[in-house]
Design a protein around this ligand. Structure first.
Ligand SMILES: [Zn+2]
Length: 288
């Protein structure tokens, strides 16, 4: 079933698990993620990015998630969230579409501008009883930035004092932090950098809202567990879902080439199953 994010955050805090926030991009990934939550009778966040909204259409992807959550995942508790909203308009449109949580990602802007835009989004969200996530610090993605993060982490990490000021000024409900976590595919081949757990501890001491670990694909179970113990309540998984989809589809297409299969449902079904297995494992890793 579809549920407000505040309820599953509360459940996570009480039962001491972190919520997996899984990116969906089409029907197949939605069936895989929601199917995993259903089999585990678990709570999970399904999130879409602006890129997915451009690809599928906001109404289409929203209805897919809502309908699958309602009809094919009755024992699961699923919240719908906008991941990395860069435009205020995306925040507004997703709230109108029925999301219970939105992210305003203005982390590339100078601190004061980040505060101003995030606060605008938070105020709008709260007026509609929706939660808002902000981001402070730089979560890198490009290879050169990742190398620079290894050499000079302090350039990128979330400053604990600024984090306190950011939360106080914006009133965000959840905060995405940079603690050595990185986005994207590059790290999957070259090894994810380690998390700066002491830094996370310093942030936790200054900030009360649930912390969000972006770019968690490829981070070890052990490190994720430690991050969970230090206040991370949401763990984002995107890259591993996309990789799993691609690998499974490549295999299916190779087999279809050999045996002449042309039914797209038979070609795509293994991808749903592969994503489901991945997400079940992640939900377990995060403590449910
Ligand atoms: Zn992210």
């Amino acid at each position: 079933m579809l549920i407000h994010i505040s309820e599953i955050i509360k459940e996570g805090r009480e039962k001491k698990f972190a919520l997996g926030a899984f990116n969906t991009f089409n029907l197949e990934s939605t069936l895989g993620i929601a199917g995993a939550a259903e089999e585990k009778k678990a709570a999970a966040i399904l999130q879409v990015s602006e890129a997915t909204i451009s690809y599928a259409g906001l109404k289409a992807i929203t209805h897919i998630v809502k309908t699958v959550a309602k009809n094919q995942a009755r024992k699961a508790r699923i919240a719908l969230h906008l991941d990395h909203g860069k435009k205020f308009l995306s925040v507004v449109e997703c709230i109108k579409a029925g999301f219970s949580s939105v992210m305003m990602d203005a982390a590339d802007l100078p601190f004061d501008e980040n505060v101003a835009l995030t606060k605008k989004a938070v105020d709008y969200a709260h007026k509609h009883k929706v939660w808002a996530q902000g981001e402070l610090g730089k979560i890198v993605k490009e290879p050169l930035e990742i190398e620079e993060l290894r050499r000079n982490p302090e350039k990128f990490l979330t400053d604990p004092d600024l984090a306190r000021e950011f939360v106080r000024k914006t009133n965000v409900d959840t905060l995405a932090v940079s603690i050595g976590n990185v986005h994207g595919f590059y790290k999957m081949k070259n090894g994810a950098p380690h998390l700066f757990l002491n830094h996370l501890k310093e942030i936790r001491e200054k900030v009360n809202v649930p912390l969000v670990l972006h770019g968690a694909s490829g981070i070890s179970v052990e490190e994720t567990k430690k991050a969970r113990e230090l206040g991370v309540q949401i763990v984002n998984i995107d890259t591993e879902i996309r990789m799993t989809f691609r690998e499974s589809l490549s295999r299916s297409l190779a087999e279809a080439g050999a045996n002449g299969e042309f039914d797209p449902r038979k070609i795509l079904e293994p991808s749903i199953k592969a994503i489901k297995e991945l997400v079940k494992r992640k939900i377990g890793d995060f403590g449910q």
